[in-house]
Design a protein around this ligand. Structure first.
Ligand code: FES
Ligand code: FES
Length: 147
């Protein structure tokens, strides 16, 4: 099954009905994609498929054939939002962090704070209370920071 993974052509041998999350973590060795609930409820497993956030625990491999998949490893630790999450302490245990960051990348132009909250509403965090996460995303998008 062929698709593009973090900008590189990839050919994997997992069964077409294997969860994308397992293909990424097990066959591709990219463990930055986290399993939280495994049921599409928490957003920890979010990756971008053709630029749109999807829960990789719900998506079978067959569904991404020919698609462009981006995981947190594709940012190489060099995206400014990753640094802002560290600066603002938007990551604690880190389970939600890859999914939060990738979902935030899907924000449209000139988002408001409400847009950010709505976009990230499917990504649950049990540690931070969300304020630090919103601060990081606001700083990245040049918005006045929430208090
Ligand atoms: S692990 Fe996929 S949504 Fe929770
Ligand atoms: S940092 Fe622990 S769940 Fe968000």
């Amino acid at each position: 099954m062929k698709f593009t993974l973090n900008g590189a052509a990839t050919d994997v041998t997992s069964h077409p009905m294997t969860r994308l999350m397992d293909v990424l973590r097990v066959e591709c060795g990219l463990t930055g994609t986290k399993e939280g609930c495994g049921e599409g409820e928490c957003g920890a497993c979010t990756v971008l498929v053709n630029g749109a956030p999807v829960c990789s625990c719900l998506v079978p491999l067959a569904q991404v054939e020919g698609s462009d998949v981006l995981t947190i490893e594709g940012l190489n630790g060099e995206h400014p939002l990753q640094q802002l999450f560290m600066n603002e302490v938007g990551a604690q245990c880190g389970i939600c962090t890859p999914g939060m960051i990738l979902t935030a990348l899907s924000l449209g132009p000139a988002p408001t704070l409400d847009d950010i909250k709505t976009t990230l509403a499917g990504n649950l965090c049990r540690c931070t209370g969300y304020s630090a996460i919103y601060r990081a995303v606001c700083k990245w998008r040049g918005l006045e920071e929430p208090t």
